[in-house]
Design a protein around this ligand. Structure first.
Ligand SMILES: C[C@H](O)[C@H](O)[C@H]1CNc2nc(N)[nH]c(=O)c2N1
Ligand SMILES: N[C@@H](Cc1ccccc1)C(=O)O
Ligand SMILES: [Fe+2]
Length: 268
């Protein structure tokens, strides 16, 4: 796992993590900005989950406060981790209905977008939908599959997670709405997904998703769109591993994103 540039906090003897005034101020600014930004752009299930969480605006929440909402709702818990964790650890946690939360927060100068999952991304981005039965069931099934999968199959599973839990969108009568936590925690990418003409929106098809390469360091150029969040129940019941074998035999799509080493002016 790439070494992180962030320092995660450890709890004191009573399990409480003490954040600085500066870190709490970043949380305050970020949650107020992003709450305004997701209005009319996040799906209704997410907004319902966010109300259940009742996240503080003044300070970074303690993990036990999140668990008091998640556990009764869907049996999930959040689990403290230092930063990005290995596939083994990640899948083991999800298979046990434990969602990894790295206890650091982004810097002031990366408020709108950062490449690593900070506590705002995990709590504001993902935990609201962990109160939703379809999303929770899909994430749990995903963890169980990943825990038992080979490294090669895990590469395919990562794409499924990426284009749903992280960057998934839904169709709704009022237009597209976001459910992916990777967009919902980023003011920059929430606007990118709605205002920019860069992104391509594709109907969710599991084989296409499994074959679509992605970069983790840019705002996404491709999003996959489900018709309903309950489609996640159906996907969880699919023979995902058989689809992975099919995707492997068909091969990956050619990347549409600019090459990583391309400098700004020649990145198309
Ligand atoms: C499997 C998934 O696509 C992704 O690569 C994993 C790896 N490790 C992680 N580690 C943390 N803390 N948070 C995450 O979301 C992930 N995502
Ligand atoms: N880019 C997201 C964080 C994120 C990191 C890694 C994967 C997905 C999302 C944000 O700025 O909030
Ligand atoms: Fe995430």
């Amino acid at each position: 796992m790439n070494s992180t540039q962030y320092v995660a906090h450890k709890p004191d003897a009573n399990g409480i993590i003490h954040y600085s005034d500066e870190e709490n101020a970043i949380w305050h600014t970020l949650i107020e900005r992003q709450l305004a930004c997701v209005q009319g752009r996040a799906c209704k299930e997410y907004m319902t989950g966010l109300e259940k969480l009742a996240l503080s605006h003044r300070h970074i929440p303690q993990l036990k406060d999140i668990n008091q909402v998640l556990e009764p709702a869907t049996g999930w818990q959040v689990h403290r981790v230092p930063a990005l964790i290995s596939f083994d650890h990640f899948f083991e946690l999800l298979a046990n209905r434990q969602f990894p939360v790295a206890t650091f927060i982004r810097r002031e100068d990366e408020l709108d977008y950062l490449q690593e999952p900070d506590i705002f991304h995990e709590l504001f981005g993902h935990c609201a939908l962990l109160t939703n039965p379809a999303f929770a069931r899909f994430t749990h099934t995903y963890g169980q599959l990943g825990r038992d999968a080979s490294p090669a199959d895990r590469g395919f599973l990562a794409r499924l997670y990426w284009f749903t839990v992280e960057f998934g969108l839904l169709n709704s009568p009022q237009g597209r709405r976001i459910y992916g936590g990777g967009i919902l925690s980023s003011p920059g990418e929430t606007q990118h997904a709605f205002e920019s003409d860069i992104p391509e929106f594709r109907p969710f098809d599991i084989l296409d998703v499994l074959r679509t390469p992605y970069r983790i360091d840019i705002m996404q150029p491709i999003y996959y769109v489900l018709d309903s969040l309950d489609d996640l129940f159906a996907i969880a019941d699919m023979d995902i591993m058989a689809h992975i074998q099919q995707a492997r035999s068909l091969g990956l799509f050619t990347p549409t994103f600019p090459d990583k080493k391309a400098t700004k002016h020649n990145a198309s």
